[in-house]
Each structure stands twice: as C-alpha cells, then as structure tokens.
Design a binder for this molecule. Sequence first.
Ligand code: UDP
Length: 417
Amino acid sequence: MPSLPPGQNPVPDGRQSRKAPERILITGGAGFIGSHLCRRLLGDGHEVLCLDNFSTGERGNIEELLSNRSFHLIEHDIIHPLRLEVDRIYNLACPASPVHYQRDPVRTTKVSVLGAINVLELARELKVPVLQASTSEVYGDPSVHPQVESYWGNVNPIGRRACYDEGKRCAEALFFDYHRQYGVQIKVCRLFNTYGPRMHPQDGRVVSNFLVQAMRGQPITIYGRGVQTRSFCYVDDMVEGLVRMMQTDPPVVGPVNLGNPQEFTIFELVNVILELTGSSSRIVFHPLPEDDPKQRRPDIALAQQLLGWHPCISLREGLEKTAAYFEQRLRHGAVHGFRPERGLQTARVPPSTDSGFQTTVPNSIEGGKDETRIHIFGDSDFGPCHDGVRKARGGAPDSPGACGAASGCAGAGNRAP
Ligand code: UDP
C-alpha cells in the first residue's frame, strides 16, 4: 500500500452521489452483491451497465431495474473480451459459493483469470479505474489470525478450493502487474463472508443453508464439529466499503480487507439462527469439506484508516433482514434446487436513439467455438459493427446482423448478535 502524502484524504470529499454522474460497469451485476451495488450506484445518480452471464446471477435480482432508464443489462460472459465506454469498472463476476465454484472448477479459474485480463485490458484502453472484488480465500486456511493484508496466505494449490483461491490470487497478481506495467488505476478489495437479501436460498453457503433449513424445520447440516469460525458481513456494509474504496485517490490500490471482524463459530451461528427463527430443527453433522478453513476473521484496521469504514449491521439484525427475504421467497415457492439461468426469457428491445456509447464483443477467444452473445436491455442503442465483431443494436436481441444505501454509517460500531 503506497503511503499517502501528509494531509491527503484517501477518500475525496463527498460521496459519488455528489459528483458528476458516471457510467459504471459492474461485472457480475446480477449476482448477490452485484445487484446491491447496481441499486446503490443508481441511487447515487449514476448510469449502470450490469454485465452478467447468469451462470449464478439471477434475473430476479435485477428484474425491477430494467425499467430504469439509467440501467442497462448486458448478457455477456466475462471470459470473452469486451469493449464498452465506461468511466469505472467494478469486477465482481465469479461464482463465489464453494458449491458453485467447485461445480466446474476449470471454468471458475477461467472466470477469475480471463475475466481479470478482460476488465484490465478495458480499463487500460479507457484509462479508467477498475476495482477487483477479491476474497478472503486468498488467505486459504490461515495460520495468521485475524488476517491482515500483509499475510501471504496458506493455500493448497492442488485442492478442490484451488480453482477459486488460486484463480483469485492470480487475478490479484494480474491487477498489480497491469498497475506496475501499464499504469492501470486499480483498487483491490478482499471480501470476507457476506450475506443478505438476494443470496440464492440454495447456493450452499452456510447462512443460506442454515436459515432455509431452520425455516423449513429441516435438519441443520453442520460440516465438521462446527468449531470452525467465520465473520459475517451484511451486504449493505460490504457495498458501502466497495464504493468508498472506489472513491479513493489513485495512490490507494489495496489490497484492503472488507468484512465484519466479529467472529463466530459455526455452532454459534446455528444457535443465533435457531433462536431467531424459533425453529426446532435438529442438528446433523456432515464431514468437513476438503481444505475448509478453520478460522477466518478480517483485520480491518486498513479499511478503517483509508476508507473511514467499518460495518454497522450486527449479525442478528442482518439475519433478520435475510430471513425476511427468504421467507418471502419460500412463501412464493420460488426456491428449488439452484438452477443456473441460461439465456433470458424476456427482452426489452433497445430503442433506436443513439446513447453515444458503444458495446463491442469480439468472437470467442476460444477459437469461436462458443460464439459470444450479447443482449443489451435498456434505453440505449449501439453504433455500427466492426469487422468480426458482433455488436448490439436496436432490434431483436438475437437477430442476425443486429448483433447481437447506502447506510453511510461508519461510526456506529459493531453490536453483539
Ligand atoms: N458449512 C456448514 N454447513 C453448511 C454449509 C457450510 O457447516 O450447510 C460450513 C462450511 O464447512 C464452512 C462454513 O460453514 O466451514 C462457511 O461455509 P460457506 O460455504 O458459507 O463459505 P466459506 O467461508 O467456506 O467459503
């Protein structure tokens, strides 16, 4: 972390909402955290380009935003290059739940590594800042506790978590190499366990599993003996941290931990959830997954110093909000086994007025085998095609030739669950 000149505030005065509106790309924008970030930045008056391939992101997460003229949905897989005119980039695209990222591990590594290259190339060309949503998983099964940014981690490079852990580590390396070699403005955040509304109820993560199991009166599945620890950050707090990091001056590049430093054993989490839901679910024990970290807690001194940030939402308060969301989904029967969404069922066809920004997507970098599709929804049109480039333009999305919160609370402190 480069030191700042004396007296320099790493976070410029005022929030982004007080600055000129910008066009901001969020990869993984239909995912759990991404969809909250979309809303936050729209609320701050920005134009948001939400890019997702719906492999784990859900259309329902951003459905209500489609009518917002400042919101544009781009269906695109980040492993393929892209060209867009934007002022900033948040790179959140990657399956993040162990169940998801281990389902197709080769692809997970590609998303992290090729995705990083593609957003970095875009940032380099446009000379715009790019923020990487990295992860506490870069610390692996940590032997330093709590985890500070200077700790290099303890990752099994050949285990089942390696696709995610090493993919994200490689992405961090790429971010810093693009910064040193090409002067790209980077911001690297390491996100610790995050939860909240719009998590998929069946994404396999501990908070969603336990809440849904408790609410349905099903057995609570503890892996191992439940003595492993995690620190759970409510999504609004996380989004606030990401936005603040993006607002920092160029010398601030990170990595910066973002997470809630209150640490709980998995057993303690079960007790809070059983008490909160009034459930009488029994507990069943399953084998601990390979390389499951025994302890995890962020040291957030750097985030406090640089961003004036720390989480405000207690575990209990956050779980109540999350439970209310799940209850609504369960009531509407919208919880089945997780099914990655493929394609989009409904389409808003962009009108023909030129919005002045471009979206170009070259064919697949894997030899054109699986051709890149790009669907853009929103009140925008996109200019003429280049050779060998499919480009979104007014008309049916698939038609040939048409190409197709802020809480702001940084001082309330953590409260007990
Ligand atoms: N876990 C559990 N029961 C579950 C799901 C997860 O005991 O039904 C444990 C898991 O073994 C890990 C912790 O909860 O120790 C957090 O798991 P999660 O998948 O949420 O994310 P991780 O922090 O491991 O990436």
